[in-house]
Design a protein around this ligand. Structure first.
Ligand code: ADE
Length: 315
């Protein structure tokens, strides 16, 4: 893991004052570390502030032991260098990577609005609002897929909102770390999100990262519109059977156009599942917009009033 330290701009030596060993309000490098934001199977995320500028950041702390155990050192190094080059309005930016003897620290752009799905817990979204967030999600996914980067672990805790209520996907390219932890069955049940698992992962016959992401986008869109998960059951075996068979029901308010798109996103066959290129041509996706162009950098939308909007400008 030493190479990771050497590759990146900032090196922090092992000290007793690291985010996982102290209470909030102390200094770590150029950051003041604040409260714990979230806790997963392999990482803890803290709020931080750049002391000199006062800018908020999120600091994700990962155990090196887990990375080394999973033989993921080379993989992580590659993913970090890809992530540092991702620059998109709907992807949380990886600003800096630091390391101590036992931990890796990702300094991430701070998404002030928290998790998108805590908003859904207060009620489902209209089709127009669901479309706005789905546009932003596909804009981010399309940008990454065009660069050969796949998320592979899209789930509620990875879909955040910024201070303007725009969507920000986090942990792009970092799924290998959580995959490793998820190979432990116990951790998987406790911390994973089995309702988001794609059928080809259950079949264990290998999978393509882009198709996996599209399945997860289908789950996200269903939840935005329905307010509940398409596949849900307290018994894991029953849940997996439902996913494998694509056994889900639409709520009565879903429009025919949205049903058609969801059926193509939640196609259990990854070979025939819809791709980003085809999503952009979909009637429900385009509704209210005369023209949608995706040119690798971001998505442009031309509304009925002939105005081009950025994916993050839709109201
Ligand atoms: N939780 C996890 N990552 C985060 C981020 N980048 N901003 C805010 N909360 C988070």
């Amino acid at each position: 893991m030493q190479e990771v330290t050497e590759q990146n701009e900032s090196i922090v030596r092992e000290t007793s004052t690291t985010p996982e060993s102290r209470s909030e309000g102390y200094l770590f490098g150029k950051y003041e570390v604040g409260k714990l934001l979230g806790c997963g199977a392999f990482a803890k995320v803290y709020h931080g502030r750049i002391v000199r500028t006062g800018q908020s950041v999120a600091i994700k702390v990962i155990s090196k032991q887990k990375v080394v155990k999973g033989n993921l050192t080379a993989h992580i190094k590659r993913e970090i260098s890809i992530m540092q080059r991702l620059n998109h309005p709907h992807i949380v930016r990886l600003q800096e990577v630091m390391a101590t003897k036992s931990k890796i620290y990702f300094v991430l752009e701070f998404a002030k609005g928290g998790e998108l799905f805590t908003k859904i817990a207060k009620g489902r979204f209209s089709e127009d609002l669901s479309r706005k967030y789905f546009h932003q999600l596909i804009s981010a996914i399309g940008y990454c897929h065009a660069r050969g980067v796949y998320h592979r672990d899209l789930k509620p805790e990875n879909i955040l909102l910024d201070e303007n209520w725009n969507l920000k996907v986090t942990d792009f390219g970092l799924s290998a770390i959580s995959d490793q932890v998820r190979s432990d069955g116990l951790l998987h049940t406790l911390c994973g999100t089995p309702a988001y698992v794609a059928p080809e992962l259950l079949a264990k016959k290998g999978y393509k990262g882009d198709k996996l992401d599209i399945w997860s986008c289908g789950i996200v869109l269903f939840v935005l519109n329905a307010g509940y998960l398409p596949f849900n059951h307290p018994n894991l075996m029953v849940l997996y059977q439902k996913i494998y068979k694509g056994d889900f029901r639409f709520p009565k308010w879903t429009s025919p156009d949205l049903k058609r798109l969801l059926l193509q996103l939640l196609d259990t066959n990854p070979e025939t599942r819809i791709t980003v290129d085809k999503i952009i041509d979909d009637p429900w996706f385009r509704k209210g917009y005369k023209d949608i162009k995706f040119h690798g950098e971001h998505m442009e939308l031309k509304d009925q009033g002939d105005k081009y909007l950025n994916a993050f400008d839709i109201i």
